[in-house]
Design a protein around this ligand. Structure first.
Ligand SMILES: Nc1ncnc2c1ncn2[C@@H]1O[C@H](COP(=O)(O)OP(=O)(O)OP(=O)(O)O)[C@@H](O)[C@H]1O
Length: 238
């Protein structure tokens, strides 16, 4: 476990006008495990991840990766790979060409592009235009882009969105492999049944506040599902 790959959030707060999107959130995400950042729609997951990635300014508090704020990282793309909801691809460009465009920006070799195409299981469709891609193919391309810089930290906002059961099983294996390599993997989801199959540690938020943090087994060890445990935590109301 190296401090350099820890994600640390302390007293993080963000208001949008009257809306308290995130309130005094503190947690630590360790390398080598898959950590689920879970909560219902509107709980504040995306806002938190966007603050971590320097895309939203906190009202107060800090979010750091390896002890530094995103804006202070020397090599951001080689430190943290991020997948946020709103990725858009040029429809006429092939996946491989998309990766080349991003790869050029961060100075990665053609060999690295071949590696991520293999890593994400994309050889069969990497040379096809993105316009014909399924949701699963698009998610793989998102992840491939995030992996270009071989980052030790992955921050993924709802990577399971729209995936079929086979896609979810693939994602689970991928996240597990990344964590087993010692990476820090933080993955948000509002689908608790899906997250339950993927994560080791859970952070549960609701209405911008942390409800629970710890091993998945701590919530489900009594035989209840994560969904049941969540409803218990939140008094039955999402
Ligand atoms: N730019 C913004 N302006 C105003 N309100 C915002 C903005 N971004 C987020 N919010 C509000 O902050 C709250 C938290 O939203 P956020 O998107 O972080 O939740 P979430 O947990 O990611 O939800 P979902 O699962 O639906 O993506 C919501 O009430 C949302 O409407």
């Amino acid at each position: 476990m190296t401090m350099s790959n820890q994600v640390m959030v302390r007293g993080l707060t963000r208001h949008f006008g009257q809306v308290a999107a995130v309130t005094d959130l503190s947690f630590t995400v360790e390398p080598g495990v898959v950590t689920g950042f879970l909560g219902p729609n509107g709980a504040g997951k995306t806002t938190t991840l966007r603050m971590l990635l320097g895309l939203v300014r906190p009202t107060s508090g800090t979010a750091t990766i390896g002890g530094r704020r995103y804006a202070d990282l020397t090599h951001p793309a080689r430190t943290v790979g991020a997948v946020l909801d709103a990725s858009s691809f040029h429809p006429g460009r092939s996946a491989r060409n998309h990766l080349r465009v991003y790869g050029d920006m961060i100075g990665c070799s053609e060999r690295r592009i071949d590696e991520v195409v293999d890593l994400l299981g994309m050889p069969e469709f990497a040379d096809r235009p993105v316009r014909g891609f399924s949701t699963g193919m698009r998610q793989r391309l998102n992840l491939a882009t995030a992996m270009l810089g071989d980052p030790p930290v992955l921050v993924l906002d709802e990577p399971g969105n729209g995936l079929d059961p086979e896609g979810i099983a693939w994602l689970r294996r991928f996240l597990r492999a990344m964590a087993d390599e010692g990476r820090t993997v933080l993955v948000s989801s509002h689908v608790l049944s899906e997250a339950e199959q993927m994560v080791d540690q859970v952070l549960v938020i609701r209405r911008g506040r942390l409800m629970s943090a710890g091993p998945l087994a701590g919530l489900t060890g009594d035989g209840s599902t994560l969904e049941q445990a969540f409803l218990r935590l939140t008094g039955g109301a999402a």
